[in-house]
Design a protein around this ligand. Structure first.
Ligand SMILES: *Cc1c(COP(=O)(O)O)cnc(C)c1O
Length: 234
């Protein structure tokens, strides 16, 4: 067994075990394989082990990879999720080539994605990225602006607002890891109580997977634990 398929199985087993430990249905937790910096071969290998959803941060790298995968395996039906920061002049290829965008954090970006989503494709699934306490990146709407923004995105015709996403600051203590995930879950619950239909909490990476599942993650975004350490120098 290759290391990618071995790692994938180990991550699936962990998701299963953490879900059971929290009395959650493991089928409610979807694994997004974050393939940034890894080539088309790694994606194909993961796909041949049954992993069909991939997350990418860098637009040009992602587009090149999609094309390379398609050239090698035209029949592979993969689902592509954009999870990186979005520049407003790069929204069109995102709207054209991805199935999901997790990193929508301002109205201008959402409007452009909705306008630019090609009519022959289903509405683009999006998550609103929220900058909860101690966020690692500067991206993300504040919790205060999230409700208004979520409501406006939910009204955009070519977007399907699915939920919230966050990238908390890395901390080692599993108990401390749970606090920001809990905040995101509670924010989603408030938005649901106010009438928005949200079914997704995109949270949890290789180092805080268990904490995210304990707080209700429905998509975990896992790179290192599947593909190994990233080499940004390449
Ligand atoms: C890189 C990245 C991940 C994956 O992180 P790992 O620690 O390698 O699992 C998840 N989410 C986002 C937004 C990322 O940029």
């Amino acid at each position: 067994m290759s290391s990618i398929s071995y790692n994938l199985q180990a991550v699936r087993d962990r998701i299963m075990a953490e879900a059971r430990a929290m009395s959650r249905d493991p089928h409610d937790i979807h694994l997004l394989a974050v393939s940034k910096t890894f080539g088309p071969d790694a994606v194909i290998e993961a796909a041949q082990s049954g992993q069909m959803a991939f997350g990418e941060n860098y637009l040009q790298e992602a587009l090149d990879k999609m094309e390379a995968v398609r050239a090698l395996h035209p029949d592979l039906q993969l689902e592509w999720h954009f999870i990186g920061p979005i520049q407003s002049n790069k929204t069109r290829p995102i709207a054209e080539h991805f199935d999901w965008v997790h990193s929508v954090d301002r109205e201008k970006i959402a409007l452009r994605l909705s306008e630019q989503r090609p009519p022959h494709l289903p509405p683009l699934n999006v998550c609103l990225q929220v900058n909860i306490s101690g966020e690692a990146s500067k991206s993300g709407a504040s919790a205060e602006e999230a409700e208004n923004l979520a409501r406006r995105i939910a009204d955009m015709p070519r977007l399907n607002l699915r939920g919230l996403m966050a990238i908390p600051e890395p901390v080692a203590d599993p108990e401390k890891q749970r606090a920001p995930f809990r905040e995101l879950r509670m924010l989603a619950e408030r938005l649901r109580a106010s009438g928005l239909k949200l079914d997704t909490l995109s949270m949890g990476m290789s180092a805080d997977l268990a904490a995210a599942i304990a707080e209700g993650a429905t998509i975990v975004r896992i790179g290192t634990a599947i593909f190994g350490k990233r080499d940004y120098a390449k």
